[in-house]
Design a protein around this ligand. Structure first.
Ligand SMILES: Nc1ncnc2c1ncn2[C@@H]1O[C@H](COP(=O)(O)OP(=O)(O)OP(=O)(O)O)[C@@H](O)[C@H]1O
Ligand SMILES: [Mg+2]
Length: 345
């Protein structure tokens, strides 16, 4: 079903993305592949569909739920989950690794003391076969605990020729930051990677996607409604899916559907900017209301705060917002986020 709200796993449920899936599959064998794109663009879906069509095993680690300042045990739990998910295909590779036990259909790992699992050893073992290690929302792995995993990935990059890593991230700047390709102190500094970028659907594709999704539900929806939905949701498949579901459930008021989407985005924004909600909020509102240059945003901020704002403070905030893929060059990457920012206090 095209309108299924979960990430898709089968190609028949996915609209288009043929080219990107082929690109991903073609790149398997390279050490490092990044799959990037804004929130709700379909990264997890494209990743899962591509993985499901491979004829080699894969391990999928979902870092989405990782909290900030995660602990070593959080990380190792995530890895154990990922390994457990593919156990039937990789069981033989996991036998006899220090700190790792296969218990029925699950993998247990130790993270403490001399009996602890070594990620380098784990990767060296997985390397016995051609394999993909995919990490969804890998930018979540940033933080004080990231160096152990990064070192292990850098080791695998150099020595484990059978392993391909695929990392996805919606906060693209933070993902680059995590792998540290441009940071001379990072173990992955200067390494080559392939990047597959997911862009939004075109106007024609968006309308076609909606039409086909409604047809699967035996619903005929006027072209006008489809056009308006495209105008609001701008070719972002996650929002189009959201719209399709709400409309199919009987909510005929598109503005109302949009306002629910905006509220969802507002929650996400609050969560993302909780370090300094007031300043982030003001900058986002300035841009949402049409300020398009550095000096216009600065003036807005100073006017609202009643103080002068140092250039470095403003440039840090703008850089963070770009790193989180909320804005680029004083434009929002998602129109629903722009609407949400108008509601920020
Ligand atoms: N090409 C597509 N065809 C059909 N549905 C899609 C497509 N791309 C995404 N979707 C739907 O959009 C929603 C978001 O997709 P998905 O979770 O794969 O995106 P994502 O980029 O991983 O999002 P997030 O940034 O939230 O992790 C899901 O409901 C998914 O089913
Ligand atoms: Mg995702």
């Amino acid at each position: 079903m095209l309108f299924d709200e979960r990430p898709k796993e089968r190609r028949e449920d996915l609209y288009d993305r043929e080219k990107e899936i082929e690109e991903l599959k073609r790149s398997i064998g390279r050490p490092l592949i990044l799959l990037t794109g804004i929130r709700r663009i379909g990264k997890t879906s494209v990743l899962r569909v591509a993985l499901s069509e491979l004829d080699i095993p894969y391990v999928l680690i979902d870092a989405r739920s990782l909290r900030r300042n995660y602990s070593r045990s959080d990380l190792f739990r995530l890895i154990a989950q990922g390994l457990s998910g593919s156990l039937d295909k990789i069981k033989d590779l996991l036998m006899g690794i220090r700190g790792l036990r296969v218990m029925g259909v699950e993998v247990e790992v130790s993270w403490r003391g001399s009996d602890s699992l070594s990620l380098v050893e784990l990767f060296d073992r997985l390397n016995k076969k051609k394999i993909v290690i995919a990490i969804d929302e890998a930018q979540r792995l940033r933080g004080p605990r990231s160096s152990e995993l990064k070192d292990a990935i850098a080791h695998a990059y150099d020595y484990d020729k059978n392993i391909s890593f695929i990392l996805t991230g919606s906060e693209v700047g933070l993902l680059y930051d995590f792998i540290g390709i441009e940071d001379s102190r990072s173990p992955l500094y200067g390494r080559y990677y392939v990047e597959v970028k997911l862009e939004r659907l075109s106007r024609e594709q968006s309308i076609d996607f909606l039409r086909k999704g409604f047809a699967q539900l035996n619903l005929r929806v006027s072209e006008e409604v489809l056009e308006v939905a495209y105008e609001h949701f701008d070719g972002i498949p996650g929002w189009l899916t959201f719209f399709g579901n709400a409309y199919a459930r009987g909510e005929a008021d598109i503005e109302k559907i949009k306002s629910i989407a905006v509220r969802t985005a507002l929650e996400e924004l609050r969560n993302m900017t909780r370090d300094n909600p007031r300043r982030y909020g003001l900058v986002l509102r300035a841009i949402a209301e049409g300020r398009k240059t550095w000096s216009q945003v600065k003036e807005y901020l100073e006017e609202k705060e009643g103080t002068t704002i140092s250039s470095s403070v403003l440039s840090n905030i703008l850089r963070s917002l770009e790193d989180m893929s909320i804005i680029k060059n004083y434009e929002f990457l998602d129109p629903i986020y722009r609407e949400a920012c108008k509601l920020l206090q």
